[in-house]
Design a protein around this ligand. Structure first.
Ligand SMILES: O=P(O)(O)OC[C@H]1O[C@](O)(CO)[C@@H](O)[C@@H]1O
Length: 529
């Protein structure tokens, strides 16, 4: 049954149709002294103020009924039981196991009966220990000054967002470079800057077949061989072994590539959920083993909250239901991420993959069309930069875009005096979206009543960052369950890969039979004539 066929969906549609034109968040505050209390929540490491959103207790209760009718709790149990809920690929989705302490931590009791998880958990800790030991060796190796991560999608965005976010916690002087694009300028500029004797290349690819990563890795290796041409073949092979590391589930392909140091992970780790696995090696090199474990602990605390808190007090659940309310009943097509934190500057890119690759789907788990809208577009820039770019449209444009603010109470070690200004701006923007402006000339008029969520972290430390990312992972899972989609596959990405390969072959054959006129002309202009 589609989500729109549930009785809760019908109730929500009715509720929305009965909502009078003049229903206003400001009015809801005026008439309900408990609004802030009822619509705010402390989850591990993350406080959420949901009160400035366009909903009320009745709407949230109806959304909770929808969650129950869609059997969200059973799906959550299946997720944490390691069932193969990624049905199209017949895989479990156990990224949460990657951050579970060896003794089960806060979830020990909940999962104690599941013996099938014991071996994977042992494997996780064996690899984690090996990964952190390698990270410590690299940290202690004064000869390595530059770490180049070659990977794309989940094998790039997770480590990159984390290394940036935790820059106050970086305790090594090494430089980190992230190469993802197949555009040779990205790799080329990095190779121009590094010294072959002092560089560690990390080839990060779950599949070890992704075209962009493989081409970048081959080019890096060719550069490495050219730079070390004076060495004997044996010395060169030893040098490759010392300077190249692979992070992959495809250890055979990594060995064929000539990489001897490989940290494995498993097919039950989705690419965009893989930050916690061996893919996190650059993060561990940057912040060290202890801090990396703190990041895992923060994520685990959020896992425990997600598993144990009643739906009404469950932050991932409440945020997901708000997303469904906005997408399907209010008709909002996007959400703006406004993290008032330089450290979180890559968070929108990370969330674009996490949310849009997970839930940008049109068929349900059984291959039937989903008859309602699924993933919203996620976009954004860090505050205060966004204020001087697109916030104009958020305040006065004709489309309503819910905004998600993230702010830190403790701004970290740099230029503390700036932090007050940063945070004041975040709060003032949320206030301005809500209150609007009603004096002055028509062009100064801001309607207000524009929704926002405010997430507050004590500070951007490894544990808070881990909890924040796990919060988003579970939120995406919950909305996927409501919509009935498989959040863990990404077949849409395949078509572009197939066609790029097909065009490469056609260029060699000069065969344009059956190719549309525009595509043929573009290939000719770009590559042939
Ligand atoms: O880690 P891999 O296998 O190179 O894949 C990279 C990325 O490509 C995708 O499969 C599709 O974009 C992502 O899901 C994944 O994170």
């Amino acid at each position: 049954m589609g989500c729109d066929q549930t009785s809760a969906w019908q109730s929500l549609a009715l509720l929305r149709s009965q909502q009078t034109q003049d229903w206003d968040i400001r009015g809801a505050f005026a008439s309900d002294a408990r609004r802030l209390t009822d619509f705010s929540l402390q989850a591990p490491h993350v406080f959420a103020d949901l009160s400035k959103n366009a909903w009320d207790a009745q709407a949230e209760a109806a959304l909770m009924a929808l969650a129950r009718e869609r059997r969200l709790e059973s799906w959550r149990t299946a997720l944490f039981a390691g069932e193969a809920i990624n049905t199209s690929e017949h895989r479990a989705a156990m990224h949460w196991l990657l951050r579970m302490p060896a003794n089960g931590g806060e979830l020990a009791a909940a999962l104690s009966g599941n013996t099938a998880l014991q071996q994977p958990l042992r494997d996780v800790h064996q690899t984690l220990d090996a990964m952190l030991a390698l990270a410590e060796r690299v940290r202690g190796d004064a000869l390595i000054t530059d770490v180049v991560n070659i990977g794309i999608g989940g094998s790039h965005l997770g480590p990159e967002v984390a290394v940036n976010a935790l820059e106050d916690w970086v305790t090594t002087g090494k430089r980190f470079h992230f190469v993802s694009n197949v555009d040779g300028h990205e790799l080329g500029h990095v190779l121009d800057k590094v010294d072959v004797r002092h560089t560690l290349f990390i080839v990060a690819s779950k599949s070890f077949t992704t075209a962009e990563t493989m081409l970048n890795a081959r080019s890096a290796r060719a550069w490495f061989m050219a730079q070390t041409a004076a060495l004997s073949a044996e010395e060169q092979a030893q040098a490759v072994a010392r300077h190249f590391v692979a992070l992959t589930t495809n250890t055979v392909a990594a060995a064929d590539f000539g990489i001897h140091t490989t940290l494995p992970f498993w097919d039950w780790v989705g690419g965009r959920y893989s930050l916690w696995s061996a893919i996190g090696l650059p993060v561990a090199i940057a912040v060290g083993a202890e801090r990396f474990r703190e990041m895992l602990a923060g994520a685990h605390a959020m896992d425990a909250h997600f598993v144990q808190a009643p739906l009404e007090q469950n932050l991932p659940v409440r945020l997901a239901l708000l997303d469904v309310w906005y997408r399907n009943f209010m008709g909002y097509g996007s959400r703006c991420m406004a993290a008032y934190s330089h450290g979180l500057r890559r968070l929108p890119a990370y969330l674009q993959q996490l949310e849009m690759e997970s839930n940008g789907k049109s068929v349900d788990r059984d291959g039937r069309p989903v008859r309602v809208q699924t993933s919203a577009v996620v976009w954004g820039e860090p505050g205060t930069n966004g204020q001087h770019a697109f916030f104009q449209m958020l305040h006065q444009g004709q489309d309503v875009v819910p905004v998600e603010f993230i702010a830190l109470r403790d701004g970290g070690k740099h230029l503390g005096a700036h932090h007050r200004s940063l945070v004041v701006n975040a709060v003032a923007q949320a206030q301005a979206l809500l209150m609007g402006r009603h004096d002055g000339r028509p062009e100064q008029h801001c309607p207000g009543n524009r929704p926002s969520t405010f997430l507050l972290l004590e500070r951007l430390d490894p544990a808070s960052f881990g909890a924040l990312v796990a919060l988003y992972e579970h939120r995406v899972f919950c909305s996927g369950v409501i919509w009935g989609i498989n959040s863990f596959d990404q077949w849409g990405v395949e078509l572009g890969k197939l066609l790029a390969k097909d065009l490469q072959d056609r260029i060699a054959r000069k065969d344009w039979q059956g190719v549309d006129a525009s595509t043929t002309a573009l290939v000719r202009q770009l590559l042939l004539d």
